[in-house]
Every structure is written in structure tokens, then in C-alpha cells.
Design a protein around this ligand. Structure first.
Ligand code: PEP
Ligand code: MG
Length: 327
């Protein structure tokens, strides 16, 4: 991650022609909340809850999770805080969950799959904490998203689980509210089904770290294929376009929370593709905000169309007028 050295812009930003783009921060632990606020992030676009579950012997209690989420909400009382439900498996093992060895964990039980099946108990506890947090003073801005979605039925089951937790809390007389609900688009299946997902949810958020891996059949952690793991590959570009076009045809908003969102050289392209929100490591927030202010949305849309017509990474780099770089 680069140190940008750019001036902090605490307020919201828009393009020169008035399209607002939220520039939020990815947060992976409580220590990252203050730096995100100091760098002027418009809230949290990805709150990775895994930090609550790793390096310990048992899962966190409902109250512990509630405390972590309300702390995040109070760091951004006027902004949206998008909390991702537990995303383990694959590259993110948790010993006490007893996940059996899999020959190919990135194509195995990861993300929402574990929450809906093997670990429905953990999912329920997490949802209870989240729905309670949504009813607190700063809870209006809470949004909850589900990782590694590949099926419409997963979204339907996740939404049913939220409704059932809401019913339980109501029956117990516990204060709660149902937050905005969304899905991560980080598999080709989710990108192809983005219209169906957007119809059922309040928002979509593209995780380009995984999406580039699955579109390109290149493990995100394997240096030997690092140049295949390429968010600027035309196939990834078209998956992004499919997702933003689906959101545009619905009431859902669409964001991006993969590493790609934090690259200021790509801000114009991403605005042109139609992203409403970009979420990134806090360090790049000031530079991306400054960049949004220089973008003309119509020119950006033309640039995106040119990029979408490309057939190779080299052509995309030429269209973007950026030199060869790491994937
Ligand atoms: C992604 O896959 O792009 C993403 C944001 O999620 P993570 O990096 O936590 O898998
Ligand atoms: Mg991911």
C-alpha cells in the first residue's frame, strides 16, 4: 500500500458534472477505524469481521460482536458501515471450526456456503448482533453483505435467516432493526446473475480480489500466476460492466471493495463503469477523492466503453493511457 501524501478531503466528493461517488474505507480491525476517519473516508465499505474469529479458541459471543459493530458505527455516525458476514474457508482458516481438509479450498466451502450450512449457528449469532446494532443510535447506516455468493437461493436463504432472527428478537422483546442487505460479487456466477441478485437486495459490492482470481482461474496468492490475476483483463472488465449494468436497471446501488477500487489510475474507469461507491485501504482515500473531483462522468463513460471493447490487457492499458504495471 502506497502512502499517498494527498490532502485529506473530509466531505463527500462528486465529479465535475455533479455525480456523487462515495469513497469509503476497508477495515479489518478496530485499530483501523481511527485512521479511516482521519483520512476522510465516507464510511466503511467493507468491515471484515474475520478479525473477531481468528487467533482464538472459540467464536466470539453475540455481545462481543455487537460491541465491535457498534464501535464501528460510532466511528462513522453519519455514514454507511457495510459489515460483511463471516468469510472464512479458502485462504482464511479458523482452527476451532474444524473445517475438513479440502483438495482445493478456493473451490470449496467458503464464505456464505459455511454460514448457510455447516455453521448456521454462527451465522444466527452474528445476525442477532447485527440486527441489534442496527437499532442503536448510530445504527441507521448499518448495511450487511454476504460473501462469495454464487446462487440466488443463497441470497434467499440469507434473507430468510435475517427475517427469522428479526422474528426471534421481536418475540424476546429485544430492540432490533433490519439493515440494508447486499451481496458481494466476487464469482463469475454472481456477475452473471447480478440482475437477479440486485432485484432481491439493496446493494451489490464487487470483490475484485476474488473475482479476478475466479474469472482468470489464477489463485490470488500464487506468485507463479500473479500476472494472470489481472483486474484489467477484458474478461474481468466485462464482468464489472455486467454487474454495474444490472444494478443500474434496479433500485440497488453498486460498489467495489476489492484492491482495484483503491488505484487512483483506475478511478475514471470505475466511475465510467457506473460504480456508486469505491471502498479501499484508508491510505488511498484522499487521492481517490481528489481524482473523483477531476473526472467528467460522460467522458468517463466513453472511456469505460472503449475499455469494454478491448480484447487484451495491453489494449486496456493503452485506452487508460497507463503504462505496464503489476496486475
Ligand atoms: C475481494 O475478494 O475482493 C474482497 C474484497 O474480499 P477479501 O479480499 O476479503 O476476500
Ligand atoms: Mg473476497
Amino acid at each position: 500500500v502506497r502512502e499517498s501524501g494527498h490532502e485529506v478531503i473530509p466531505e463527500r466528493v462528486e465529479t465535475v458534472d455533479g455525480r456523487s461517488v462515495e469513497v469509503a474505507a476497508n477495515v479489518g480491525g478496530e485499530a483501523e477505524l481511527a485512521p479511516a476517519a482521519e483520512r476522510g473516508a465516507d464510511g466503511i465499505g467493507l468491515f471484515r469481521t474475520e478479525f473477531l474469529f481468528v487467533d482464538r479458541e472459540a467464536p466470539p459471543s453475540e455481545d462481543e460482536q455487537y460491541a465491535a459493530v457498534t464501535t464501528a458505527l460510532s466511528a462513522f455516525p453519519d455514514d454507511r458501515v457495510v459489515v460483511r458476514t463471516l468469510d472464512v474457508g479458502g485462504d482464511k482458516p479458523v482452527p476451532y471450526l474444524d473445517l475438513p481438509e479440502e483438495p482445493n479450498p478456493f473451490l470449496g466451502r467458503r464464505g456464505i456456503r459455511l454460514s448457510l450450512d455447516e455453521h448456521a449457528d454462527l451465522f444466527e449469532t452474528q445476525l442477532r448482533a447485527l440486527l441489534r446494532a442496527a437499532a442503536t443510535e448510530d445504527g441507521d447506516g448499518l448495511a450487511v453483505m454476504f460473501p462469495l455468493v454464487t446462487r440466488v437461493e443463497e441470497v434467499e436463504r440469507a434473507v430468510d435467516a435475517v427475517e427469522s432472527v428479526a422474528d426471534d428478537l421481536a418475540a424476546e422483546g429485544v430492540d432490533h432493526a433490519v439493515p440494508e442487505l447486499g451481496a458481494m460479487v466476487e464469482t463469475p456466477a454472481a456477475a452473471f446473475l447480478a440482475d437477479a441478485l440486485a432485484e432481491r437486495l439493496d446493494f451489490l459490492s464487487v470483490g475484485t480480489n476474488d473475482l479476478a482470481g475466479y474469472v482468470m482461474a489464477a489463485d490470488r496468492g500464487n506468485d507463479a500466476v500473479a500476472d494472470y490475476h489481472d483486474p484489467l483483463h477484458p474478461a474481468v472488465m466485462r464482468a464489472l460492466d455486467r454487474t454495474t449494468a444490472a444494478a443500474e436497471g434496479s433500485d440497488a446501488w453498486v460498489g467495489m471493495c476489492g484492491e482495484m477500487a483503491g488505484d487512483p489510475a483506475l478511478t475514471e474507469l470505475l466511475v465510467g463503469l457506473g460504480f456508486d461507491e469505491l471502498s479501499m485501504s484508508a491510505v488511498t482515500v484522499p487521492e481517490v477523492k481528489a481524482r473523483v473531483r477531476e473526472v467528467d462522468a460522460d467522458a468517463a463513460a466513453s472511456l469505460a466503453n472503449e475499455a469494454l471493447a478491448c480484447e487484451t490487457r495491453g489494449e486496456v492499458l493503452d485506452v487508460l493511457e497507463i503504462g505496464e504495471r503489476d496486475a
